[in-house]
Ligand binder design. Structure first.
Ligand SMILES: [Zn+2]
Length: 83
């Protein structure tokens, strides 16, 4: 389940909730004062991601190639090695 950040317009607190994607976000209430006047904190999430290494992204390895036979091909030779 993804984490959603909210900002409460009534008490000014920020809080994070673990919510299902199917949860009705308009029914979310502030965990500090119980107010329903909360806004999802989307812009701050985007700002944190920018420029930071993304978790779960691994470097490309030979296993990522669908056709591994290309690694068995002979290395390209210079024309002077052939003639
Ligand atoms: Zn609040």
């Amino acid at each position: 389940m993804p984490l959603y950040e909210y900002h409460c317009a009534d008490c000014g607190q920020d809080f994070t909730l673990l919510q299902s994607v199917n949860t009705d976000k308009s029914k979310t209430t502030c965990e500090h004062c119980g107010s329903g006047n909360v806004q999802p904190h989307i812009s701050s999430c985007v700002g944190k991601v920018q420029g930071a290494p993304r978790a779960g992204v691994k470097p490309v390895t030979p296993d990522d190639y669908p056709n591994k036979d290309i690694f068995k091909l002979p290395k390209p030779r210079h024309i002077s090695e052939i003639f």
